[in-house]
Structure formats: structure tokens, C-alpha cells
Design a protein around this ligand. Structure first.
Ligand SMILES: [Zn+2]
Length: 105
């Protein structure tokens, strides 16, 4: 029953970390600054970087939520696509994955 406790702890920790990062990104993105033209151009570039970062953080967060849900209902460890058991080493390396190595490839 507690087979995935370590992974669950790890995912929960990572989730907190991601939420912290997202907060930080959103605060930075919301800052409206009075700057000269050149600095505004740099700002806009930063905003694009932040948006991309925001998207990838949100994506990982979603996957983590799903993995935690799957641990909760006992589905975790089986591939969401083919149903085969996911290699434990893969789970440890990419704990938020829901696909076995064949389906992810
Ligand atoms: Zn599969």
C-alpha cells in the first residue's frame, strides 16, 4: 500500500516548489515598469521567457497532480495508454509520468 510513499513525498515537495516558482513568475510578470524604450524591449523579451516558463511549470504541475491522484486511486505505476506496468526505475527518474517508456517514445 505504501509502495509509492517515497515518490508521493517527492511529488508533494516538487509541487510546493513549483507553486512557489509560479507565484514568483506571476509577481515578476505583473510588474509594470517605467523604463526607457530599450529597457522596455528587454522587458518584453523577459515577459516571453516568463510566459514560456509559466507554461512549462503549469504543465509539470498538472502532471504531478495527476500522478498524485493516480497514487491515491491505485492506478499509479501502470501506463495510462497501454496499461502495462511502468518500469520502477523510470518512475523514480520521471515520477510524474503516466506513460511507460514505449508509449512515451
Ligand atoms: Zn504504455
Amino acid at each position: 500500500m505504501q509502495k509509492y510513499k517515497k515518490i508521493k513525498d517527492h511529488l508533494s515537495e516538487r509541487k510546493l516548489e513549483l507553486e512557489g516558482l509560479l507565484n514568483h513568475v506571476e509577481t515578476s510578470a505583473r510588474k509594470k515598469l517605467d523604463k526607457d524604450f530599450e529597457e522596455q524591449a528587454i522587458e518584453r523579451q523577459n515577459e516571453e521567457v516568463l510566459t514560456a516558463l509559466d507554461n512549462s511549470l503549469n504543465e509539470e504541475l498538472e502532471q504531478i497532480d495527476e500522478a498524485l491522484y493516480r497514487i491515491g486511486n491505485g492506478m499509479y505505476g501502470n501506463c495510462a495508454n497501454c496499461g502495462n506496468e511502468i518500469n520502477e526505475r523510470r518512475l523514480l527518474a520521471v515520477p510524474h509520468t503516466s506513460l511507460c517508456i514505449d508509449c512515451a517514445a
